[in-house]
Design a protein around this ligand. Structure first.
Ligand SMILES: [Cu+2]
Length: 526
């Protein structure tokens, strides 16, 4: 913390003026991405990798609740180390919710609170955030609200923690408001919100990238009556697809270069990942470049980009091309479907799409490709159209009603930029105890966000609407969003209303390495 705080504040911010002068995000000369400190590089696997499209896609099964009472539906998750077969023939050590990669699927109802009882059997502190959930600050996974493992249980007691030395990687000690726990805690998620595809993941200050990379992420599908009533594909024809990239060493272990692999001291990423960790293997639901046999009918695919730093430009490559019909975004259903030939999806974004496989002859293959990647990262998975079947699913022209936000509150500016070797928001490194701003509860504020480099920007505590981009409109911005990608040197203006809960939240870059290197700001809803 101390080195980071002493370096802050050097960047002069003049409301975006002079941005061009500091805008140098493109590859300089022959410096490799990753080595330039600005563009994510790609870690190279040494393990023997499977032939693409030979491993079946795992379909996550919903986690069974352990009970229901007046408080809500209860689930139990143990965070534990495990060995799983991701690459055929290798056992890869992971950190997993219930020991799986990804964690179990939470399939839940809007308006019915869930209580997720988590037990931390990992050797590191954890904190869990439900991304896209409208959650009170106490349960939102604030980065210092750590759940310590048994070996560090004393850290949860401020009096005892003060006497422990050498625990520089435990930033809760620097945050008087941190709400810490020993070994276990309940997360209560009220889910007073629309149906949507959410995901949950670790949010430990300074270590989110390392711990998500090891497997601490999973999907949460929230359903409601409005969504149920639509004639969209259902049951086996509705599939969550969480896409991540990873790299594997010669023993099949996950590569993530840091100085201290115990993740208990100070975070020190190697230079190669400071601009973002990317791998050369694409995993869907934990399987490398999998395949799925489909009938020649419509499918609803809930796409989640769970990658630390990789963005995708997804395309369907089949006979005659391919098209995604987008029906939902981060915050649930769109007002009307939007067709896309290519889907741009940045880290943490979700796209809920329908793909009509009846356009392809039985026996054909349709490959999900990534036009933004090369080598192993240029392909994602494959659909094999194996049979005909009847299909009564349709995509209606009207899906939902979206209230249009009108600004009646404060106007604010946020600048996401690299300063020396620090990733910063408004010239400041993350300080959990110092809120960057106070947002007024219930008002619609206008936030203009500028980025110097490429940053997927995420707000906790609400969903927002994109009002405009300096570069013109984007057809990926429809509906309610909680994460938006800013390309290098770009600016976006959003309408944001915090009307769910008051208190302390964070806004941050969802390139997890940028986030861990302090591109995060606390704010207060008052
Ligand atoms: Cu960033």
């Amino acid at each position: 913390m101390s080195t980071r705080l002493s370096r802050r504040g050097a960047l002069k911010l003049a409301g975006g003026a002079g941005l061009g002068a500091v805008l140098a995000p493109t590859l300089a000369g022959c410096v490799k991405p990753g080595d330039d400190g600005i563009n994510p590089g790609t870690l190279e696997s040494k393990a023997k990798l499977p032939q693409p499209f030979t491993v079946p896609l795992p379909i996550p099964k919903p986690l069974d609740p352990i009970g229901t009472d007046a408080q809500g539906t209860h689930y139990a998750m143990t965070l534990q180390e495990a060995e799983v077969e991701m690459l055929p023939g290798y056992k890869t050590k992971i950190f997993g919710y219930n020991g799986t990669f990804p964690g179990p699927l939470l399939d839940v109802r809007a308006g019915t609170p869930i209580v997720v009882h988590q037990t931390n059997q990992l050797p590191v502190p954890i904190v869990t955030h439900l991304h896209g959930g409208l959650t009170p600050p106490s349960d939102d996974g604030f980065p210092t609200d750590l759940v310590y493992p048994k070996t560090l249980a004393d850290m949860a007691d401020p009096a005892k923690a003060a006497a422990m030395t050498g625990m520089g990687g435990m930033p809760s000690m620097h945050d008087p408001l941190a709400h810490m726990s020993a070994v276990e805690r309940d997360y209560v998620f009220p889910l007073k919100q629309r149906a949507a595809t959410l995901w949950y993941h670790d949010h430990r200050m300074d270590f989110t990238g390392a711990q998500v990379w090891k497997g601490l992420f999973g999907v949460c599908v929230v359903r409601d009556e409005e969504d149920d009533k639509l004639p969209l594909p259902k049951g086996e024809r509705e599939i969550p697809l969480v896409i991540v990239d990873r790299a594997f060493d010669a023993d099949g272990q996950l590569l993530y270069p840091v100085d201290d692999p115990t993740l208990l001291g100070k975070m020190a990423m190697k230079k190669s990942i400071q601009a973002g960790a990317q791998g050369d293997v694409i995993l869907v639901n934990g399987a490398p470049w999998p395949f799925l046999e489909v009938a020649a009918v419509k499918y609803r695919l809930r796409l989640v980009n769970g990658s630390n730093a990789r963005r995708y430009e997804l395309k369907l490559d089949g006979p005659g091309g391919g098209e995604f019909i987008q029906v939902g975004s981060d915050g649930g259903l769109l007002a009307a479907p939007v067709p896309h030939k290519t889907l741009h999806i940045s880290p943490a974004e979700r796209f809920d799409v329908v793909v009509d496989f009846s356009k392809y002859p039985v026996g054909s293959t349709v490959t999900l490709k990534n036009a933004a990647g090369d080598g192993g990262a240029a392909r994602v998975m494959q659909f094999k159209v194996t049979s005909k079947a009847s299909d009564d699913a349709t995509v209606p022209a009207k899906l939902s009603t979206i209230e249009k936000l009108t600004v009646d509150g404060a106007k604010r500016r946020l600048v996401f930029a690299l300063n020396g070797d620090q990733w910063e928001v408004n010239g400041k490194s993350f300080d959990p105890a110092k809120p960057l701003l106070k947002a007024e509860f219930g008002k619609v504020e206008e936030w203009t966000v500028t980025s110097v480099e490429r940053h997927p920007v995420h707000l906790h505590g609400t969903h927002f609407q994109v009002l405009r981009r300096a570069s013109g409109s984007s057809d990926y911005d429809d509906g309610w969003k909680d994460t938006v990608e800013l390309s290098p040197g770009s600016e976006i203006t959003i309408a944001v209303r915090f009307d769910a809960y008051r208190g302390r939240y964070v806004a941050h870059c969802h390139n997890l390495e940028h986030e861990d290197m302090a591109m995060m700001a606390a704010f207060q809803v008052v």
